[in-house]
Design a protein around this ligand. Sequence first.
Ligand code: GLY
Length: 419
Amino acid sequence: MTFSRRDFVKSSVLGAVAAGVGAHTAFPDALAEDSQQGHASKEDSPKRPVIICAHNGYAYTEAAYAFLKSGGDTLEAGIRVVKGPEDDPNDDSVGLGGLPNEEGVVELDSCCMHGPTRRAGSVGGVRNIKNVSMVGRAVMEHTGHVMLVGEGAEKFAVAMGFPRENLLTERSRKIWLLWKEFNSDRDWWGPGMADPHWHPPAPDSKPQADLWRDRIQQLQQRAADLGIEPEFQLAAVHRVLFPPTGTIHCSVLNDKGEMSGITTTSGLAFKLPGRCGDSPIIGAGCYTDQDIGSAGATGAGEENIKVAGAHTIVENMRHGMSPQEAAMDALKRIVRNYNGDMTKLRYMDMTYYALRKDGAYACVCLWEGYSPGNPHKFTVHDGTLRSEVTTPLLKGYSQDWPPFPPIPDELKKDSYYLK
Ligand code: GLY
């Protein structure tokens, strides 16, 4: 993968405009073809059991499915999926190794719902505890509350026997230092004027693309100085320039029709301390109703909270919508919140997962992916483990925030650039 997301924004936005969609235009003409169609295999011949989850759960889904088939509990099966990325120090979107807040401290969020017993648990802003998915479940099982946050949630986790550990891996610490460096023309981080390599900011008269080329090259050099592995340096620069909101959601249905859902994340990279996105919010990051279905979300947490995405999807299914229609409607509410203004919407992305009680499922996203040939995908297991392409609402590709000129070609050689 050698493309930058930004390379294709121009064409995607122009494509949308060509299709009749401009700024402040409502969305219908920009709809991707698939967005209004169901997939017969998903919705007409559903199977049970079934697990659907974000793409980063793929490696853990086979074992969780076997556990489910053998009669295992649906929430435990979901936890077995999401615990994989939580434990993986190389997945910097979740658990151990998650990218930290602006102070260099990893803060994790999670929520879950157990359909058969109609219970819920949640934790937000938890430090020093890796498996917050299990801490959220412990809140559900061992307290009379639904949600614990911050220091109280950490103390509760320790009381329940979860080990305290440093969640900031060396790689994530170095990426955070690189981020501090990126902002160092506005603060005292990074080498100062006494450093032999310090030089004044480039003159404003230089073209924007050249200024950004210089900036990326400097950041890449600093990444090397910090000891970030060569093959990961541009990926690290990408995380610094465009702080990601990685997450994993998993919805699970067994052959008896019982279901559960769980979502876990390290949230927005370099966020303000204490910031919680949608992932610990029951009804936004995850919602399960044993009578109807289960839904969850990954992506722009602030946008999802405003439409209570997971709850909206389950309620839509209750009122007769298919999983795909139900999830698309939640995406359209995000579009509506911006009056269809593509100049704003192109800077956000959102993925919804919807699983109905009969086994029908859908996974939809706001934009097609990061670039042509690199569509959003999700994981399904209904007897066969596979990746499927997520169905987009809008034609085109999301653009990183903050706005950024095209990355020069010679800086895009690295295949890890977008990982
Ligand atoms: N969806 C994850 C977050 O925004 O924190």
